[in-house]
Design a protein around this ligand. Structure first.
Ligand SMILES: N[C@@H](CCC(=O)N[C@@H](CS)C(=O)NCC(=O)O)C(=O)O
Length: 213
């Protein structure tokens, strides 16, 4: 398998974690978003969205990090990243989507660039936008983790799931942009538990082959 990704891309980090949890080896194809390689001939031609990650498995290409992770989970069921009954799986997907669909799209590189270059937002305004949506979105996740008896060592129970694959990269991004995190203690407890696992630690941005130190 070949993973097109970028060390600082949180959507890519989600997939790197899932591959690690399943013990799957993969080749790393770096697409440098800072240098706009996602838009250039080459990757820009094979990615309709001009975004990472993309997983190539033989001749097949799979996009959208959550779809990639579910694809991996179906092809390589152990350990399951969507365990349990229909309700459990819905809860795990909902937590993942609270981040992947409600926070991340508002703070994507192309959105931030549009704010600055097309709408004339200052650097301070852009950062305020970023922090606002992360802090608000993580509060939504916090409330659900805090209120539900289904929360365990990880977002759902005592084994990492799809929800943890999505949560951890969002915290890396939040820290990068100096977001407040003191209002989400349960989120941070789960984050710390995840980071004790090699699959999360080994896939972190600074450990990627294309990382700029
Ligand atoms: N919903 C997509 C998001 C993909 C995405 O937008 N990735 C970002 C990096 S995290 C990207 O490639 N951005 C390039 C750009 O905005 O130009 C997923 O989960 O895979």
């Amino acid at each position: 398998m070949l993973l097109y990704n970028y060390y600082r891309s949180s959507a890519s980090y989600r997939v790197r974690i899932a591959l690690g949890l399943k013990g799957l080896a993969y080749d790393y194809a770096a697409v440098n978003l800072q240098r706009n390689e996602q838009l250039e001939p080459g990757y820009g031609e094979i990615s309709a969205a001009q975004a990472v990650p993309m997983l190539q498995d033989g001749e097949a290409r799979v996009v959208q990090s959550l779809a990639i992770i579910e694809y991996l989970d179906e092809r390589y069921p152990q350990p399951p990243l969507l365990p349990g009954d229909a309700l459990a799986r819905a809860r795990i997907r909902a937590l993942a989507q609270d981040i992947a669909c409600e926070i991340h799209p508002l703070n994507n590189l192309r959105v931030l660039r549009y704010l600055v270059h097309e709408l004339g937002a200052s650097e301070d305004a852009k950062n305020a936008w970023y922090r606002h949506w992360v802090e608000r979105g993580l509060a939504v996740v916090e409330r659900q983790l805090e209120e539900s008896p289904a929360t365990g060592r990880y977002c759902h129970g005592d084994q990492p799931t799809l929800a943890d694959c999505v949560l951890v990269p969002q915290i890396f991004n939040a820290r990068r942009f100096d977001c407040r995190l003191d209002h989400v203690p349960t989120v941070m407890r789960v984050f710390d538990a995840c980071m004790e696992m090699p699959a999360f630690e080994n896939a972190r941005p600074e450990r990627c082959p294309d990382a700029v130190q």
